[in-house]
Design a protein around this ligand. Sequence first.
Ligand code: GAL
Length: 689
Amino acid sequence: MSPAPSPGRWLRWPDGETTPRFAYGADYNPEQWPREVWPEDVALMREAGVTVVSLAIFSWARIQPAEDTWDFGWLDEVMDLLHAGGIAVDLATATASPPPWLTARHPEILPVTASGETVWPGARQHWRPTSPVFREHALRLVDALARRYADHPALAAWHVNNELGCHNVYDYSDDAARAFRAWARARYGSLDALNHAWGTAFWSQRYTDWEQLLPPRLAASHPNPTQQLDFKRFSSDALLDHLRAERDVLRRLTPEVPVTTNFMVMGETRGMNYADWAAEVDFVANDHYVLPGPQALDELSFSANLTGHLAGGRPWFLMEHATSAVNWQPVNLAKEPGELARDSLLHVAHGADAVCFFQWRQSAAGAEKYHSAMVPHAGSDSEVFRSVVALGRQLAELAPLVGSGRHPARAAILFDWESWWASEQDSHPTSRLRYRQEALDWYSAFLALGVRADVIPVGAGLHGYDVVVAPVLHLVPGPLAKELTRYVEGGGHLVTTYFSGIVDENDHAWLGGYPGALRDLLGIRIEEFAPLPDGAAVALDDGTEAGLTGTLWSDRVELTDPTAEVLASYASGALAGRPAVTRRGTGAGSAAYVSTRLGVEGLTGVLARLLDAAGVTAELPEAARGRVELVVRADAEAAYWFLVNRTAEPVEVPDVAGDLLAGRRSGAAPDAPVRLDPRGVAVLRRPLG
Ligand code: GAL
């Protein structure tokens, strides 16, 4: 039996030191460099204020060059060197990329695509999460590493595998088929239950034996939607099962060392339901890379915010981000001056107590040789390294806020992996809907208004929030509908959108008119969806001169409750004159519905009205709204206000009290405006009570 998971356990600093400090560092891949470079690495790490590195992530082939040959000598030396330099190690289990000897001998561990092609070795992560052969070899390696380093004083945490599911989340092999059958059996218990859930009366799909079940491989037409949804659930669970298997070996051999793995709460990475995963690690770790575009910074904030809530409001570990360009986008942009620190500190604002990069020293060879690092190709005499050193210093100054949690906002955005998966399946009214983009647009609207919003996973509890926005909450099982109803009846203000409340957990439509599970709560009924063709837009009259514009979707909304009011109506097209945005008041609470895609600008206006009606106001002074993001952490004694300049211009923020831990005021008076440099960040300590 492995000990029970204990989420919230933090890095074990090797010296037993408990003074608060940030974990600051990077992935460290010394095996790519001659050993003469290693002492220079440690010296530069010290100069940069590095306190931790993630080691051995892709070292399997080096540690175990053949099935029964082990080479730990080099790793012993690196561990000792780091320890002597006062640097802690987040030691990877090295299972992310199986070595050539293993795949040559056991090609049956290689993943298979939906159309039956083998995913060959040559890159990384070419392994089936459900392969018993891979599992056996991986656990043997984990066991060997754990025994070898159990008592090493540098060992601060275990890093399971790496970005589980980054490249291998969907595997359609025979191993996957076997495991999927076992998973379905455990979920449904009987074939009757499965046939009901999967709606197999449709297209003659009735199963009479578990052996007939398959992953949704390449099919003649749209595969069964519930089978597809269950395969997504199963694939997330299969990787989670691998995480647990490695973790259990580690917990058995080194019970006092915390275990984590790096999530990818980032962009369109959607395969892993991290709301299920978070409780399985001792502390949550995340990787984030900026996706260029108008919402790049909003997306960073959204991801960091959600990660903080997956971590239950406790501090979390930013395991990877980039000092500058990455190598895997169509065009890889270098960061502008100030961006490196600003991006890092925005993660900190959202609760990260660790700021780490991929990677320490930029590779000279391999697919990532043009990916930035803490020490670039140019060497330590470079802007990037100087910025890295400056950030290390700044983090040391901010140490007093290490350990503080997130300070709850009055509004929240509800985020749900199952709705994400289900709303974007094929054979839907439109293939253009993007779940996360809609959620991000609402977040951008909050940022534009200067109102803080938490991004919380379904199941986290709505208590304490005055306003909850649930964009495209497509999949609503009965208990979730009840939770939302209770929330509104208790005085909460719920806002939801098109294509919400449509199906139950089996992806079966709620009958009687849309939005099914939320129909009565919203006081509306929709008989038919009216998605819009590409390029089409509808005008909305919201009482303002400019009006609003809807794209992607519209609904033929009918009010069914006398207390429901129309906040905006369609002003063009076939639905002209009909309600487009509605709100039903229920005593102290309300439930609002937005039936089309309004984009950030349109949502900002609608959100302002809804927040106003709910009595939620911006904490940020008006002059700074939109240009500055306010994020608040807090401990028992103080709140820490982070003012993050979102622009490339200087910004002055008036009327903010508090002692500055970072940044400066524009004059000597204690209430002089806080002056933010372009992309600058200020941190104020404001005593509570
Ligand atoms: C991550 C990965 C790292 C590195 C990085 C590059 O997905 O964990 O090993 O490849 O991306 O951005």
